[in-house]
Design a protein around this ligand. Structure first.
Ligand SMILES: [Mn+2]
Length: 291
């Protein structure tokens, strides 16, 4: 059964935003469960207040269509990723702005490939506790620890924010490849260096957010929680700055792993909804109603 995002279901033809559930988590290395993330976000989204006070808009007015979940092929990461790419291509070719819900972080690779195929070049804003720059993990290049290694190799400019776990080889790789790295400890000492982050990004940006970028006190429902993370406010401020100054071409929100803590699912849904509102304002689909 297809779920809605929020209370209102917009017919596909009229929707500007397609929320794409990608319940794939076969690459996880620790706690499984991110396959249940998209459904949990969609169910929680029903409880959201449609009007977003901070933006003074109702983001749902952009027209949001939540698509059928992308199926996966048991035992084949490669085939599963091909299905994700094909689903993304279908919606992008129909002119939709895509908001993918994971699933584990490996899904970002086929999603980004699809965006580049349809929309051309852009840079990547990766918000996460983990750098995900391993060449492979547990023998697989399709691992959730590797998508940004692969994307770096494909020439995407990369900006990473909130990082607090990476090994020495990944750090050396990041420095050699010119990754703009904004680790969490620096943000806590100095505050968010928004200007520097914006300057590191190109004019067009794809945003990939792992919910474990948030501190586990805010977001306990992830497969690989790490202390020392970002506050909800810091993430919203970062998104707000990026949407204000850049063209955001697509986004994914990954690694929510529901574990019975409904506030985490609400937090995830609220963040996705806020980001859709920011896109609506950026694209001129919504007009702020004034103070
Ligand atoms: Mn992570």
């Amino acid at each position: 059964m297809r779920l809605y995002f929020g209370e209102r279901d917009t017919p596909y033809e009229e929707a500007r935003v397609v929320v794409l559930p990608v319940p794939y988590d076969l690459s996880l290395s620790f706690l499984p469960g991110a396959r249940r993330g998209p459904e949990a976000i969609l169910l929680a989204s029903r409880e959201l207040e449609p009007f977003l006070l901070e933006l003074e808009v109702a983001p749902e007015e952009v027209g949001i269509y939540a698509a059928e979940p992308v199926p996966w092929v048991a035992g084949s990461a490669e085939e599963s990723h091909a299905l994700i790419r094909e689903a993304a291509l279908t919606h992008l070719r129909a002119g939709k702005f895509l908001v993918a819900l994971g699933g584990d972080h490996s899904i970002t690779h086929p999603l980004v490939q699809a965006h580049r195929e349809v929309l051309g070049a852009f840079s990547l804003l990766h918000i996460d506790a983990h750098a995900d720059l391993y060449p492979e993990w547990q023998g697989s290049v399709y691992s959730h620890a590797s998508p940004f290694y692969r994307l770096l190799g494909e020439g995407f400019p990369l900006v990473q924010v909130g990082i607090r776990a990476m090994d020495q080889d990944s750090l050396a790789l990041a420095r050699a490849k010119g990754v703009a790295l904004f680790p969490a400890h620096r943000l806590h000492r100095e505050g968010l260096p928004l200007r520097e982050i914006l300057e590191a990004l190109g004019e067009r940006v794809y945003i990939s957010l792992d919910f474990d970028a948030l501190d586990p006190s805010v977001m306990p429902s992830v497969g690989t929680p790490l202390p020392g993370g970002l506050s909800y406010r810091q993430v919203v401020d970062l998104l707000e700055a990026v949407f204000r100054e850049k063209e955001v071409v697509g986004m994914d929100f990954v690694e929510l792993s529901p574990n019975g803590q409904f506030h985490a699912e609400m937090t995830a849904a609220q963040l996705v909804y806020h980001a859709i509102g920011l896109k609506g304002l950026q694209a001129g689909w919504l007009e702020a109603r004034g103070l």
